[in-house]
Ligand binder design. Structure first.
Ligand code: AHR
Length: 509
């Protein structure tokens, strides 16, 4: 939590007696002000789609067609960017296997995720058609682990060259006349692990070699992203920042997953008590420490913050749903996961001076999905609704929000109960997103909007009676946003009665 620079803001505990029931209620002061903040890049609201389990096949692509129900749902939340084809799979992917007439495409084995046969019916053309239907930017991860600089530079030429060459002409022969001008390219994925078990020194050398052959074709200036650290591996970031050319590097990535118990015993997505609820939120909130520490290292080499920190994989990773293939990473999504998404997005917003892109893992049917599908049915998860509520922050100007959060205590441990972020959009409206992770305490927030003039407030809330509540195909609307009546103007202050375990997004005009 940021240290307050102005006003002394202290929480106070009160006890309300209400209809014979006793509710502990806390009040909290907050100050919000405009301070020439950075723009919150829309790409912080990005997503990730890998050839893993049922993300691509069944999720985006069925019966040789892009699923338009999924496209329409993602367009509604203004998906800005989609990362593909992995993940770990990127470092075993050879793009030429998946172009040309579908019946002639190679059959390969997805040895990363379950040894399943990959018919490659969804390849480069299909992915870029998907992005164009979504109205989002593509972000392609190149193969460093089993590929070559030649393979990656050929892929770039195939996609981005407008002139005549064997590769550009092959693209035309395969049905695409104009180049796609793809800017965002990842140079490998998790090169410290599934991408080749490299040391940071070795990877830095590889990165420079690959980057040299990734060419800027006219109209397609590249934004290269180096494969970055695994969570707290600060040395990785340091070695990269020191050794690679920052001039032709747009960003360095970082991967961090919320893990409730341990990598071996992650825990259920739906069956958990307050112990695992608390641990899940604690693990999620730790990402702020990681961002601070990686950013501090980047500041040493790049004080002007020209190189972005790209959190291109994040989200909660639980055990797979019982009865599903464990290699397919299919998990349900509860109110807890929505609170995790909302809290993480508040953190990203508040660090948007350095975090310029993030991609939740993964969009459909894998890990912390936005959408689950079952044959031709689909449902929107609680996490989807967070992205819907938070889309108002895309490309808005960050405002400063300061407060001392009351504690959410469980046993001998505690966490800040409240997290928040705020922004002003191009039309002048202010949006404030507030999360109360305390599962049993309402919190009354009194916000002083210093020097900001506003007349009206309205909002939406996402909550549910139990933090284990989920949406199912039988009950797809159990956890969904509702209009919020708990915010009002009192004198010059904004007063918000924040329900327990809730996300509230307010609009002030
Ligand atoms: O998102 C699932 C996997 O998690 C990705 O393939 C990999 O990059 C990470 O370890």
């Amino acid at each position: 939590m940021k240290k307050p620079l102005f006003s002394l803001l202290l929480p106070a505990i009160g006890l309300l007696i209400f209809s014979g029931t006793t509710f502990a209620q806390t009040t909290m002061n907050m100050a919000i002000r405009e301070d020439a903040g950075p723009t919150i890049s829309r790409n912080i609201y990005g997503h990730f789609s890998e050839h893993l389990g049922r993300c691509i096949y069944d999720g985006f692509w069925t019966g040789d067609k892009i699923r338009m129900d999924v496209v329409d749902a993602l367009k509604k939340i203004k998906i800005p960017i989609l990362r593909w084809p992995g993940g770990c799979y990127a470092d075993q992917y050879h793009w030429r296997d998946a172009i040309g007439p579908r019946e002639q495409r190679k059959k390969t084995v997805n040895s990363t995720w379950g040894m399943v046969t990959e018919d490659n019916s969804f390849g480069t053309h299909e992915f870029l058609e998907l992005c164009s239907l979504l109205g989002c930017q593509p972000y392609i991860a190149g193969n460093v682990g089993t590929g070559t600089p030649e393979e990656m530079s050929n892929w770039l030429e195939y996609l981005n060259f407008n002139g005549s060459s064997t590769l550009a002409d092959l693209r035309r022969q395969n049905g695409r006349d104009q180049p796609w001008n793809v800017s965002f390219w990842g140079v490998g994925n998790e090169s410290w692990g599934c991408g080749g078990n490299m040391t940071p020194e070795f990877y830095a050398g590889q990165y420079k070699r690959y980057a040299e052959f990734c060419k800027n074709y006219p109209g397609a200036p590249l934004k290269l992203i180096a494969s970055g650290a695994n969570s707290e591996d600060y040395n990785w970031t340091d070695v990269l920042m020191k050794n690679i050319s920052l001039r032709n590097t747009w960003g360095i990535s970082m991967h961090y997953y919320t893990i409730v118990n341990s990598w071996q015993h992650k825990g259920s997505a739906t069956q958990f008590g307050e112990d695992e609820y608390f641990k899940g939120l604690a693990s999620c909130l730790k990402i702020e420490e990681l961002i601070n520490k990686h950013s501090a290292i980047m500041d040493k080499y790049d004080p002007a913050k020209k190189v972005a920190l790209v959190v291109d994989e994040w989200g909660i990773w639980t055990d797979a749903e019982p009865g599903t293939n464990p290699a397919f990473l299919y998990q349900q999504n509860s109110l807890r996961d929505a609170l995790i998404a909302a809290s993480t997005l508040n953190i990203f917003n508040n660090h948007s001076d350095r975090v310029k892109m993030a991609n939740l893992a993964q969009t459909v049917n894998v890990l912390q999905s936005l959408i689950l599908t079952d044959k031709d049915r689909m449902l929107l998860t609680p996490t989807y609704h967070v992205f819907d509520l938070y889309k108002v922050h895309q490309d808005a100007t960050l405002l400063q929000v300061q407060f001392f959060s009351p504690d959410y205590s469980y046993g001998n441990s505690k966490l800040p109960a409240i997290n928040a972020s705020a922004s002003r959009d191009a039309a002048g409206a202010i949006h404030i997103s507030l999360v109360n992770i305390d599962p049993s305490k309402k919190i009354s927030v009194r916000a002083n909007l210093q020097g900001i003039s506003w007349k009206s407030v309205e909002g939406q809330v996402l909550s549910s009676p139990k933090f284990t509540d989920i949406n199912t195909f039988d009950q797809p609307g159990k956890v969904r946003p509702a209009s919020f009546s708990g915010a009002r103007r009192q004198g010059d202050e904004l007063v918000v009665e924040l329900p327990a375990q809730s996300v509230v997004v307010l609009e002030l005009k």
